[in-house]
Design a protein around this ligand. Sequence first.
Ligand code: FAD
Ligand code: NAI
Length: 462
Amino acid sequence: MASYDVIVIGSGPGGYVCAIRCAQLGLKTACVEGRETLGGTCLNVGCIPSKALLHASHQLHEAEHNFAAMGLKGAAPKVDWAQMQSYKSDVIGQNTKGVEFLFKKNKIDWLKGWGSIPEAGKVKVGDDVHEAKNIVIATGSDVATLPGVEIDEKLVVSSTGALELPKIPKKMVVIGAGVIGLEMGSVYARLGTEVTVVEFLDHITPGMDAEVSKTFQRILKKQGLSFIMGAAVQGVETTKTKAKVTYKLRKDDSEATLDADVVLVATGRKPYTDGLGLEALGVTMSPRGQVETDAHWSTNVKGIYAIGDCIDGPMLAHKAEDEGMAVAETIAGQAGHVNYGVIPGVIYTSPEVANVGQTEEQLKDAGHAYKVGKFSFMGNGRAKANFAAEGFVKILADANTDRILGAHIIGPMAGDLIHEIAVGMEFGAAAEDIARTCHAHPTYSEAVREAALACGDGPIHS
Ligand code: FAD
Ligand code: NAI
């Protein structure tokens, strides 16, 4: 039995970042992980592998569609699916090994196995019980299943199965037009699969600024994805090699079916806390199965904290990471803080879609007087040169004070561009602060500046 200042359960972006920060702050730290490799959902079956496949399939699209126009002639590359999978595995390996290296460097013990909390101050892993002054639950999330749909990870897959299909399917039905459905749907559409997305609501990507969501759907349709909107999936039947999806249209209750080689279920994720023993400990849970915490990530049981996907808030790696750092600082007696108003969200399709702060709909509902500054990438020289002029930057600022309230970008490198606005918002910037900052030419960032100018006297290039 060993004794620690902190034991973190789970080594995803929440858990491993928390463990490293704890160690940096001089706390004796261990991290429990039941998987074979560190890094959680994100590094093993989430953010990293999906981005590898998005990157590879985007390169193919560029070769097929834009190379010839630039004078790069010749046959477009052929897809070697096994090699693409091996590239993806290699990228995962580099990242998970990287976390292992960081644990060693920071003298963090990896307690291998599935952990539980038999009582406050104790963590059990296998037959060993370790003492911990503080315990951080960072056990993440798991796929949420849908009534009538059984995931077999062969014909009916979750994102995990979709990342490692044995072959590229001819026809894929994606249930849910959220982040996973559209990222993975884009990958397969670019690799030649006929992709149909069935979505319960009348718009894709719920919660996104409506103008961006509409533009995004139009662009995806142009890229070959089909959408059946306002349709509730009733069930999926499978034979040995095929699947049949039954859905009901909400407008008239009519039922229809779709055939597919593979069905991807992407209707959300749920917090994962199985086997921890939280019920016996009396830890308060929300009706949605999340661990309830106060403003300092403490549960109702002293010395037990929780962060990341298993608590309230967006299920995003960087949100989990920020909570991991903040809770470590709190445990070390510092003032850990997360600004939940400035957490960017990014969808890594092509073009990318990114947001931070409030949407126009949220501002309208709140009765907040706002102004809109918009700039199309059509007016951006770099975007035109790079065949990436689709989309726009939209900045929402307070009508009276000019303070930035939110930003929404659909376009090239949107996921990187959004951070200029995020930093601005952290500093309480006005749109004019961005507009008066010199931006290098020719960069995509100039479109952000032009949108900021559009909040004032107007952009130059439109
Ligand atoms: P997790 O990463 O889920 O890690 C929890 C870890 O705890 C797991 O390794 C699990 O094995 C371990 N664990 C659980 N219970 C125990 C136990 N009792 N004992 C020991 N170990 C245990 N987010 C983004 O921000 N950007 C993206 O691009 C992105 N892409 C995604 C793509 C996909 C396909 C998916 C599924 C998710 C994606 N996400 C993305 C979401 C992101 O992966 C999660 O928000 C993030 O991983 C949450 O981190 P976490 O530390 O809370 O939990
Ligand atoms: P999601 O919540 O983003 O989208 C689920 C979609 O399914 C919604 O549009 C919903 O209306 C629809 N839906 C629900 N039930 C349905 C039904 N019966 N029939 C048809 N449609 C139905 O969930 P998703 O895409 O599974 O992602 C889970 C989480 O993973 C997200 O919270 C996201 O934060 C995270 N993630 C983040 C990524 C990123 O940051 N780039 C990438 C991938 C995942």
